[in-house]
Design a protein around this ligand. Structure first.
Ligand SMILES: NC(=[NH2+])NCCC[C@H](N)C(=O)O
Length: 380
């Protein structure tokens, strides 16, 4: 029956929570649990923003493990479905899952943009630019590597035409073709972002080789295309609609005797539980690529510690919200995957925060060696 718990309590429960969250807060414990759930929701809502800002600022995502974020998305899908199916989970757990799925997708899109799309365009521009330069050099007779060099306007006399009227025009732009030669894309795709970067980094060398051309690029830089507005619109519309659909599913579930909001545990969804355990395994193992990346690089540059600090607070309050609501064994058992996952993630996040402190603030052994050598030399 819908809202059986609220009805059973025969108390004036918190209306807006009942209305918007489909949760019944009828005593102090419920209220504390709900508040903790809300704190967790807020912290998860902001947890990934510092990392998004770091990537925006540095225009690189090398500090955060892509695999770690992918496991988050995979875990989020299991989590969302598991929360919908398992009646013992709290409504705040579901809303939190929805919120962090969206923020993680934003973070992933940003990484894909900077690591792949943006680098791919830079590489494409560079290849076009280089080829245009070569074509122009072939056309210019004799080639003059100065600002004055170029193809004079037909019928114009050199003396009469002011310098600005000389223009560069590549054979490709004359032919009206914007297609780079076959193989350019393939090379970019095969070599991956790091290779793209290395090619891009070599631009300074090339610039030195052809100073006149590089300072005055013959072809206009093409604007970096943005994803079509339509696709954003579709994504947003779907995201906004999701809670409504989820609510409908949830309500339907409650109506048919499914969710009892931690009060009665006649039915548990085996599939929901299974998804919960799968989610826990994915989330927990997802931290390993990040820990490994930090060790491999011997650095935490480009990684925002706040993402892990906020995640830690969010996971602690998440556990609190479940345990404060009820300590009944049945309820704890049904929530075990969610509880265990959050507790283990807290431990792993603590480890990542310690790694951050170690790599960022503690001097390396070699640095310490240099320092002591210097000290000794100074004192002798
Ligand atoms: N996309 C997310 N932020 N998902 C949240 C994952 C929650 C999980 N307990 C963890 O800390 O890994």
């Amino acid at each position: 029956m819908a809202g059986s718990y609220c009805v059973e309590e025969r108390k004036a429960c918190v209306r807006w929570v009942e209305k918007y969250f489909k949760d019944c807060l009828c005593n102090m414990k419920d209220e504390i649990s709900f508040s903790l759930g809300l704190i967790s929701l807020v912290f998860w809502g902001v947890a990934e923003i510092p990392q998004i800002i770091t990537i925006f600022r540095t225009k690189k995502s090398h500090g955060v493990s892509l695999l770690f974020l992918l496991t988050w998305v995979a875990g989020d899908i299991c989590n969302l479905t598991g929360c919908l199916l398992e009646p013992a989970t709290l409504p705040t757990q579901y809303y939190t899952a929805l919120l962090y799925t969206i923020t993680t997708i934003v973070l992933l899109l940003l990484i894909i943009y900077y690591d792949y799309i943006s680098n791919w365009y830079k590489l494409r521009q560079k290849v076009n630019h280089k080829r245009d330069e070569e074509e122009e050099r072939k056309q210019l007779k004799p080639p003059k590597p100065t600002y004055e060099s170029g193809i004079p306007i037909p019928n114009g006399t050199l003396k009469a035409v002011p310098r600005q009227e000389y223009f560069y025009m590549s054979a490709r732009s004359l032919a009206g073709s914007g297609t780079p030669p076959w193989g350019t894309y393939m090379r970019a795709a095969k070599s991956g972002p790091s290779a793209m970067e290395s090619i891009h980094d070599s631009s300074s060398e090339d610039d030195e080789t052809y100073p006149a051309f590089s300072k005055n690029p013959p072809t206009k830089a093409r604007p970096i295309p943005r994803p079509a507005v339509g696709s954003y619109g579709t994504f947003l519309a779907a995201a906004v609609n999701l809670p409504l659909k989820a609510n409908a599913l949830r309500e339907g579930y409650i109506r048919f005797g499914g969710r009892k909001l931690l009060q009665e545990y006649e039915t548990h969804s085996t599939f929901g539980q299974g998804l919960g355990w799968l989610m826990a395994a994915i989330y927990i193992s997802g931290r390993i690529p990040q820990i490994w990346l930090n060790i491999k690089r011997g650095s935490v540059e480009g990684l925002s510690p706040f993402m892990f600090i906020f995640a830690l607070v969010a996971n602690v309050t998440y556990v609190g919200s479940i345990l404060v609501r009820t300590t009944e064994f049945e309820s704890i058992k049904a929530n075990m995957p969610w509880l265990l996952d959050a507790v283990l993630c807290v431990a792993l996040d603590l480890f990542i925060i310690l790694q951050y402190i170690y790599y960022r603030y503690l001097p390396r052994r070699e640095e310490r060696g240099d320092y002591y050598e210097g000290e000794r030399a100074a004192s002798s």
